[in-house]
Write a protein that binds this ligand. Sequence first.
Ligand code: FAD
Length: 475
Amino acid sequence: MSIRRAWSVMRVAVVGGGITAFAAAHRLTELVPEVALSLFESSHRLGGVLETTRRDGFLIEGGADNFITTVPWAVDLCRRIGFEDQLIQTNSGCRHAFVVRKGKLLPIPDGFVVMAPSKVWPMLTTPVLSPFGKLRLACEYLVPQRTVSEEESLASFVRRRFGRETYDRLVQPLVGGIYTGDADKLGLRSTMPRFAEMEAKHGSLIRALRSQPKSSERSGGARYSMFVAPRDGMSSLMEAIASKLPDGCIHFDALVERIVKAEGGWSLSFASDIGCPSEFDAVVLATPAMPTAKLVASLDEDLARELKSIHHASCSIVSLGYARDQITHPLDGFGLIVPKIEQRKILSASFSSIKYAGRAPDDHVLIRVFIGGDHQHELASLPDDDLLATATTELRDLLGVKGDPMISNISRRAAAMPQYYIGHADKISHIRDRLSHHPGLFLAGNAFDGVGLPHCIHSGEQAAEGLVKLYAKKN
Ligand SMILES: Cc1cc2nc3c(=O)[nH]c(=O)nc-3n(C[C@H](O)[C@H](O)[C@H](O)COP(=O)(O)OP(=O)(O)OC[C@H]3O[C@@H](n4cnc5c(N)ncnc54)[C@H](O)[C@@H]3O)c2cc1C
């Protein structure tokens, strides 16, 4: 392909209308303001799985409700688009969460960081683990390092180092909450490489975590709480990014069906005539892996096969608004997670209006209940009435909720969460290898190097930067 165009006539298509696509489009216009950019989204709205709804004074998120600040990309983007002052911190009063044990809510021990404890005393005193479970956990110091180089599952790693009880009672529900996944299938290196590195470097995770600076010392004094959220919800962030893009570049109801090589670039086929050009010099596909596989199927079967093989989990979120006095539990935390061994029908519940201000009217509470995931995928697709009944029954049991919710909202997120199974890293490196045969075509999104919003933003921005670098070389 020989492309020698001035940037002013360089035609770039970004396919997708989620955070990844908007991050890619924004970075591109930031680097090359004169680029001729078109963004194609199949639905009638921006945001993809991000969707904020306001009803009766409640602010309801249908997907992500916050993002982590320990990696820079989301906060950086907010800063660059002048959105930083819209970020709110988690409520400082009760920055902890609960785990269900035998039907009761117990606090997750302070300092337990997803997979491992960083503080001794809370682990010794927690009622979440039995005396035997605690003893086995403490023996982590003595567990020898693994010498086999094959990737280990996340579950096997935790059971090996900390014992089955710590896995069943703490790690499984925490990981289930992040990936809605099955930790026996998730690969350690692909999901939590940091913990594999800690074992390799320090021989023990407890030793590694205890040798780290306290979080308040992080980068010379953390400016944010670990998680932040847009004051007016995720849709306001999407609108803020969209407002920075060139006028008229966003096309809704534009379902792209196929991408093929064309003279000097790429040609897109649309499901219906959207009245805009279909030939481009470069294309960023910022769609989830399954639609991306369909788009590239006629271009590269091998690439399509690899993309298709990335499994995605489904879940549904039931958001419920109650008057505060309908709930007996003090709600002195951000939410609860449910271990699989408790055999309940929900994965977790987030006390949204406790976590962030402005999510419910005064004297009311908004709770988001997550149902489904890899372990209970059949529950995610229950009819609305059954989802609602499942969520309200579980909350009645766990939180002592009385009466019906005053509002309810259901968001279905089918096949929305990619699962980084064992071997994912190899799969991604094969995908990148195939892509190198198609210069000018870029893939970005949550299927590759991280599912959280900061990683999606990074992935989109990297695609834009790669594109600019490629054309800088050619011109
Ligand atoms: C329930 C849930 C809760 C989450 N919570 C958090 C959280 O709290 N914090 C966090 O950091 N992350 C969270 N995540 C993860 C994060 O929200 C997602 O990884 C991220 O939003 C994905 O963005 P994306 O743009 O890559 O994909 P998407 O949001 O899926 O966007 C892809 C877009 O592409 C469009 N599209 C697809 N095919 C085509 C086509 N052929 N032509 C044109 N358009 C097409 C779709 O309509 C869609 O709009 C959560 C995810 C889920 C599902």
